[in-house]
Structures are given as structure tokens and as C-alpha cells.
Design a binder for this molecule. Sequence first.
Ligand code: HXC
Length: 513
Amino acid sequence: MKRKIANLQAKIAEAKLGGGQNRIDSQHKKGKLTARERIHFLVDEGTFEEIGMMVTHRSTDFGMETEKYLGDGVITGYGNVNGRLAYIFSQDFTVFGGSLSETHAEKICKLMEMAMKNGAPLIGLNDSGGARIQEGVVSLGGYADIFYRNVQASGVIPQLSAIMGPCAGGAVYSPAITDFILMVENTSYMFVTGPNVVKTVTHEEVTSEELGGANTHATKSGVTHFACANEIEAINHVKKLLSYMPQNCEEVAENLPYQKTDESRPSLNTFLPENVAHPYDVREIISAIADGDSFLEVHKDFAENIVVGFARLAGRSIGIVANQPAYLAGVLDSNSAIKAARFVRFCDCFNIPLLVLEDVPGFLPGTDQEWNGIITNGAKLLFAFSEATVPRITVITRKAYGGAYDVMNSKHIGADMNYAWPSAEIAVMGAKGAAEIIFKREIATAENPQEKWLEKEKQYSDIFANPYRAAERGFIDEVIEPAQTRAKLIKAFKMLENKVVNNPRKKHGNIPL
Ligand code: HXC
């Protein structure tokens, strides 16, 4: 037995060395951690249990039978992240560049199935040269096996992907299906075809970083939800993100202990600019309403005209969707609608109540928007809110104009509580534009058209530039003092905590994609 145990220990030591010390050194030289080091920083100390450490590939072509590494380029297992069970795979770039073989894929699939059966999040730490070139089609099949399970797991358990190195070709589609992607600046990239192919096909000269680096995907494409300065920051973000989520779709996120304090926020009574055309940063309202510094913004640098993220309200995890008047006046456009719709759907999947802060002048006009499908894209957000069954509350702070009023979690599409500040203006459009259209003839024939226009603008504004018409109809449940917003929301979310709504039975809806 002594000899056998020594043999086991030797094998474990061999597996832990991955592709060998030279390749580990080269990984470090690139400013990257190894697959095992990443797991070490992610899980609570001493909690990681590895599964499949002795797995090797079955490939025999190109002399592969003599080149085998225990574990075959991916470490899989389970452990605790801040005290909660999670399933983790971490690709090891020191073994065939972390490339995905048939057995590497099998290890990941096995883990995904365990995560689904046992109802705990799946965290992928990706660092891979893509399909194992020596294996051909079985490697492609392995990817498809993973994609299929990503889809099966979607909405069942949270799936998070941290991209710590290359992620190219079809390999990008596994992270793309998961709920959140995090990328590391300068050391990770994602693209369907790399710079060389791009140059051949489109004659564009572009670096990997420009084409598919963290900042590109955080600002231009929206593919990544977070661009992190380094791997440790990315790992810490994974931990923080998880803290707002339940383990699976049957549970609710844990309530943090909360000591009731004075919930009034007097500063909000004087927060809005005097002039309704002036911008403000909605994050300041969020900070005033949410617990401490609990707001975690998602997709911060993409479609900045809408702000989305997680926060806590009296210890309860909530998702916030807020128009951002500081950027494009908070208008809704294709990207902001898509960004918000995906976030709303995530929250609904995992029983995270939704708070909407509304100050929206409408949809962005223009050929660019129309030709790029603002109709279909705006409908995504409308659809996402309408089908969401979690507790949903809206606070209209200022403008709620046109179709955007309907879309932004209005009472009509199923919101549970709709509040408005006294500054709310709920109308088909702004008073100036409205007067110009409905009093066109009177203005044109007036002795002083400008004066007439102003008079009619005031008339329209007196009737609609307030929340009371909507409140008369019950479309607004209560007009509240801004200072009371936090207190009202805490009570309302508590009141809604046992909400049950069943949408009509169906296979699945057909969201306009
Ligand atoms: C087998 C691979 C590999 C791969 C890298 N390696 N990629 N082995 N299959 N796909 C091996 C290298 O031979 C090398 O082995 C080691 O990993 C490190 O690679 P380097 O090239 O030295 O590293 P680096 O300079 O950092 O470049 C990394 C890289 C490059 C950019 C990822 O290796 C690369 O371009 N690889 C090929 C990428 C690719 O075309 N993949 C297929 C994409 S299509 P040694 O022994 O020297 O350490 C795809 C389809 C998915 O993935 C389909 C899903 C539907």
C-alpha cells in the first residue's frame, strides 16, 4: 500500500504540473496565472475538490499517443465561493494551449450535468487555443456537446464565463450563451475569426486587442459585461456577481442582514435640475436609494444611455434598469433596448426583483436606428418586461414620453407598483413638439406665431407635464416625495415577496430576436 500511495502521489504531482514548468513560466511571463492559480484565488481555501484529474486524451494521430498530460488541459471540480457551492472548470493553456479535445469536452460536460442536477452555478475560466487541431471533428463535436448543455442549463443555474486568454472561432459561442462574460484587458481576446483571416477577407489591418480585446467588447460590441484590469480583478468580480444570485431558478438570492435606519433621503427632493432639458447622472439616484455601496453596474461602458446592474435594498438583491439622462438624454435605442432586455430576462430567470427608474424622452429617431431594427430591438425590451413574473416596480422621476412610457415597465405591461415623483411628465411627447403638431394651423395663422406656440406649449404642459393624469387613471399608484423613494421601495418589495404569477402555458415565447 505504501508503494501504491507513493505512486498515487507522484501521479497527482504530475497532473498538478500540467504541461510542465517551462510552459508554466511562459504563462507567467505573459502576465497570466495558471489554471490552478485561478481556482486557488476563486474558491474558499481548502474547499476545491477536483474531478477527473487522471483523464487523458484518446488521440493517436500525429504522434499524439506519446504526448499525454494528466487532466488533458482542463481542471474540473467543485468548491465553495464565498461559502456557496459552485462547479468550476479552468482551462490549462500549458497543455496543448488549453485546446479542446474530445476528453477535455467530456470533462466539462460531466461537470455541467452535475451543476444542473445539483442546482449550483457553473463558472468557466477560459484560456484556450480552440479546437484541438490534431483531433479534427471529435473536437468540434465536443464543442457542440458543451453548447447544447449551456442551452439546457440556461435559466436553470447561473453560468459565468471569465475569459483569461484566447477564445476564438466557434469556441466563443459557449461563453456567449452563458449569463455573464468577464474579460481581462490585454491578455484575453474573443473573435470568430482572427486578425489574419480578417486581413485576407476584408483587407482590414487590426490587432487582436482592437478586434476582440476586453475594451472592444465592453464598449463596441457589448459581448463582454465586464472589462477587468487583471485576472484577480476578474475573479473578484465573479465572486461579487454571484453574491446577488441564487443557486438556481428554484431559489431566491440570500437576503443580507439589514439593520433598519432612517430611510428618508432628503437630498433627492432637490436633486433634479431646475431645467427639464438638463442632464443628471442617474447613478446618483441609485446610490441614494440602494444600500450603502451595493450597486454593481453591469455592461457599464456599452449603451450608456441605459444603466443596468444589481444592488441591495434593505439586504434584498434587486436588479435595476435606469434610463441615463447624462448620455443621449437617456433615449432608448437598439443597443440600450437589447442590453436592458437581456438583463431583465436574467433577473426574471433567477427570481431577482426589478426596479425601473424612468426618465426617457422616447426612442432615438434616425435612419441608422430604423435600418438597424429599432422596431425589433425595442420590442425585445417590451417583451422581456411583459413576460417577467418577478416583483416589478417603476419610479418615474421625470420624462415618460411616448412608446417608451409603455415599454419601461408600465402598469399596462404588468408592473406591480408604479410610483412617480411630482416632477414626472407622462405624455405622448414633450409639450413643445405636441403643441406644434396639434395646433399647427392656429400657430401658422396667428398674428404672432411664436407667441401662440408658447401659449399652446404651456397649455399642453399644464395638462400633461405632471403625473396626475396618469394617477387619476391608476396607471400611477402613488405620487411620492423623492425623499421617500427608498422607504416606499423597501415596503413595496417586502409586500411583493410572495408574488405568484403564471403566464399562459406554452412551450416558450417567441421573443423578437
Ligand atoms: C492543439 C494547440 C492549439 C490547438 C495551440 N496549441 N493551439 N494545440 N490545438 N488549437 C499548442 C501549440 O502547439 C503550443 O504547443 C501551445 O499550444 C501554445 O501555443 P503557442 O502558439 O506557442 O502560444 P501563443 O503564441 O500564445 O499563441 C496562442 C494561439 C495560437 C493564438 C492560441 O496557438 C493559435 O493560433 N492556435 C491555433 C488557434 C486555432 O486556430 N484554433 C482552432 C480555432 S477553430 P507547445 O507544444 O509548443 O507548447 C475552433 C473551432 C471551434 O476552435 C469549433 C466550435 C464550433
